[in-house]
Structures are given as C-alpha cells and as structure tokens.
Design a protein around this ligand. Structure first.
Ligand code: F6P
Length: 365
C-alpha cells in the first residue's frame, strides 16, 4: 500500500493497471478525463453566483436565463453536464454517454473515434444545495459497451445502458465540500483523493476506505414518514427508541439532502442512508435514479465492505428497465442494511409469531 497522500491519481491508476498487463491504458485515460471534468466543475461551484467571472455563461439558445448583462446563464447542473460531455466525448474511449440531464443517450460526434466504454453520470447531484452553500457532488459510472456496439461502431441506444450495477467497471463521485475529493473504485477497493489546489492534482489521501460495519447513525427524510412501508417504519422506530428500545443504544440522525455528502460521511465514519420506496407517489418506485445515483454509489459502498440494497435485494443485481428509472435505496454499514433487508422479508409484526419468539423477546437469536 502506498503512503497516504503521496500518490497522484495518475500514479494510482498506473499502479492499478500493472495488475492487468494486457490493459491498453484507455480506461486510465478515461478516468483522468472524468477527473478533469470534476476539477472544472469544482472550480465553477467554488465561484458560486460569481461563476460568470470564470466563463460560466454560454451562448444564447442553450437554455439558460438571461442575466443583467444580457448574457445567458446556464443553471449549474446544465453547465456541469456540458463539461462532462465536452471533456469526454473526444477521447476515443467512449461508445456513448448518458446523464440525468439528457433525456436520451448522447452519441459520440462523427468527428471523433468511438471506444469500448459507456459513461453514465449525474453531473451535479443535490444541486439545489448550491443556493445554501452545502456540499454537492458529481457521480459517475463506467460500463463496458456491448461487444456488438464496439464491433459495429453503431450509435448507442438506451438498451445498451441497461446493465445491472454489478457490471460496472468503475464508479465513483467527486464531492465539492470544504475540500474537493474524488472517491473512486476500479473494482479493487475504494480510494479517496483530495484535490491539491496548488498543483491542481488529485492526491491519494485515503488509500483503502472501509465502511465501519456497525453504526449509531442513520439518515432519512423523516418528513416522508407517513408514507413509509412498515419495515422502514419499524427500523426507524427502533433507532429512535434508543437505549431503552430493542437496539439497546442511542442513535443520531442526519439529513443533508445531498446524497453524495451522505455517502461520503458514511464511507468515512459509518451509518446508513435510506431513500426507500414509499407510498407518496404510487407512480414513482423511489426517489433516486438507479443508473447514475444508486448503482455507482452502491458499487463504491460494496467495494468498501458496506452494502447497498433496495431493501429487498442488492441494488447491484437489479436489471434496469429504463435509463432514468427510479428505485428505493438503502446503503451503508453492512449490519444495518442487512437488518433492514431482514425486516423487509419478515412477516409484518401483526403476523409475527408468539411474543416469546418475537424480535423484542429475550429469546430472539
Ligand atoms: O436526487 C437528488 C437529491 O438531492 C439527493 O442528492 C438527495 O439525497 C435527495 O435528492 C434529497 O431529497 P429530499 O428533497 O426529499 O430531501
């Protein structure tokens, strides 16, 4: 293991690649372009409402609002999307891109070569938090394009992206907080890199991130509690009951409303995050998006020894049905996520067996 804080992202990727003597280097080059997009977004986010001083205004006709100077200002999430696209479409490593901000997959322009990977991303997750200066982030997922797409070089379709999270080649996020960090998994654990603003380089600062198995902290938007399903309600009630309840310990609750920030906290010190399926809007089977929120964060969690679930099954096993599909999400410390899954599979308390063997009994196993 390298000394923490001594390797740049480039070196980390090269050292990782040495495990695969046949690797071409395309993948590393792609990650570096993704990282460059994140650095550019970090810069714009840091300028906040002063962003037009760093060129965050784009030509008219591109869907922004006109500012007092008569320039068109793009919302930061649309601008971040443009940055991701522009910094990755040219490099010859991608067969196509898809993002939260684009209804359909983006084709690689005819003037550039096409490659073997697909890039899926949420360019600025939690962007409403920008207004209140709370941490936000970019989330990315890299998949292999189907072989037939690589061989034919044809345009990508939505169906090409509908791969389960377990098929991800790499995933990660950048968090724009007091420091900018890139947290990455290339399928061999999770590493965290802090942006050194003097060098403009991501430098390895957390070599082998592991999610603590046990926790006393949970995160959920409890304003939705009346819509929760019974297993979620049971879990939260038990946490709230604290020391004198069935868990026998007090819990803390956190809700930042910025999933990247919650995921990062959980990777650093444990915890569980829930945005479960609920009954608020029967048309929506969850709030978060599967392909560019749940899957990449789920991949990172599992690679860090945590767990990611819908509550009913592992997130990474879900076969997506649509590019912008929503899903119920529970992730974090393994023991807690497994407990929540168990509650989903157990019969509701009214159908539970006699009290002697019920979960609160002295005789539970
Ligand atoms: O999906 C965007 C997002 O901002 C997430 O980052 C966050 O976890 C969630 O929405 C917040 O939802 P709510 O507004 O219900 O708190």
């Amino acid at each position: 293991m390298p000394l923490s804080g001594r390797w740049t992202l480039t070196r980390y990727l090269i050292e990782e690649r040495r495990r695969f003597p046949g690797a071409s280097g395309d993948f590393n080059a792609l990650i570096l372009d993704v990282a460059l997009a994140c650095k550019a977004i970090a810069r714009i986010v840091a300028f906040g409402t002063l962003a037009d001083t760093v060129g965050a205004t784009l030509p008219n006709g591109m869907g922004g609002e006109v500012n007092v100077q008569g320039e068109v200002q793009k919302p930061l999430d649309v601008l971040s999307n443009e940055i991701f696209v522009r910094m990755n479409e040219w490099n010859g490593h991608l067969a196509g891109l898809a993002s939260e901000e684009m209804e359909a997959p983006r084709q690689i322009p005819a003037s550039y070569p096409r490659g073997k990977y697909l890039l899926v991303f949420d360019p600025l997750d939690g962007s409403s938090n920008i207004d209140v200066n709370v941490s936000v982030g970019s989330i990315f997922s890299i998949l292999r394009a189907p072989q037939e797409v690589i061989d034919s070089g044809r345009d990508v379709t939505e169906a090409d992206f509908l791969q389960p999270g377990a098929a991800q080649v790499a995933a990660g996020y950048a968090i724009y907080g007091p420091t900018t960090m890139l947290v990455l998994s290339v399928g061999n654990g999770v590493a965290g890199f802090t942006l050194n603003p003097n060098l403009g380089e991501f430098v390895l600062s957390r070599a082998d991130i592991r999610v603590p198995e046990q926790t006393q902290e949970f995160a959920i938007n409890s304003s939705n509690s009346r819509f929760w399903e019974p297993p979620v309600k049971r879990y939260v009630d038990e946490c709230l009951a604290g020391k004198t309840g069935p868990r026998g310990k007090d819990f803390n609750m956190r809700w930042i409303a910025s999933m990247v920030a919650e995921a990062h906290r959980i990777l650093m010190r444990g915890g569980v995050f829930m945005y479960p399926r609920d009954t608020k809007d029967p048309a929506k089977p969850g709030r978060l998006r599967l392909l560019y929120e749940a899957n990449p964060i789920g991949f990172v969690m599992e690679q860090a020894g945590g767990r990611a679930s819908t509550g009913r099954q592992p997130i990474l096993g879900v076969k997506p049905g649509a590019l912008h599909q929503r899903i119920g999400v529970v992730f974090g410390s393994k023991a807690e996520v497994e407990r929540i899954e168990r509650y989903h599979h157990e019969p509701p308390p009214s159908e539970a067996p006699a009290p002697l063997f019920a979960p609160r009994s002295l005789f539970r196993d």
